[in-house]
Design a protein around this ligand. Structure first.
Ligand SMILES: [Zn+2]
Ligand SMILES: [Zn+2]
Length: 121
């Protein structure tokens, strides 16, 4: 099953990041917050939520951008950091609510709407 959890293009992504010079680069630390949309892994109803994730990443000159990010002179681009943080923080299999009972395996009815009348498996 494909879970399509993503951050919509028009969603506000907040990044609250403090930059501090460290030996050999700049440490960017803080947190990133973004709204996401997806569908419940059990009943496929739309689900929305907010992810909030801590970041602490090093920017350094000449970075190959695998372990660290690129510090270009005294310029750095927070966008890749924010994008990565959001991707890592997205729930891969969200639930509309903890107790979601999902769909009946027999008839596909939403069990949260009431029993569908199928015999218990
Ligand atoms: Zn659900
Ligand atoms: Zn059923």
């Amino acid at each position: 099953m494909v879970t399509g959890t993503y951050v919509p293009d028009d969603a506000a992504i907040e990044a609250d990041v403090v930059l501090e010079p460290v030996h050999g680069g700049v440490m960017a630390s803080g947190h990133v917050r973004a709204g996401w949309v997806g569908s419940c892994r059990r009943c496929l109803e739309p689900v929305t939520g907010t992810l909030e994730t801590e970041v602490r990443e090093l920017y350094e000159p000449g970075s190959d951008e695998t372990e660290t990010y690129l510090l270009n002179g005294d310029q750095l681009d927070l966008e890749p950091l924010v994008r990565d943080a959001v991707l890592l923080g997205l729930p891969q299999a969200p639930l509309c609510e903890e107790g979601c009972r999902g769909l009946c395996a027999t008839c596909g009815a939403e069990l949260d709407q009431g029993p569908c009348g199928c015999p218990d498996p």
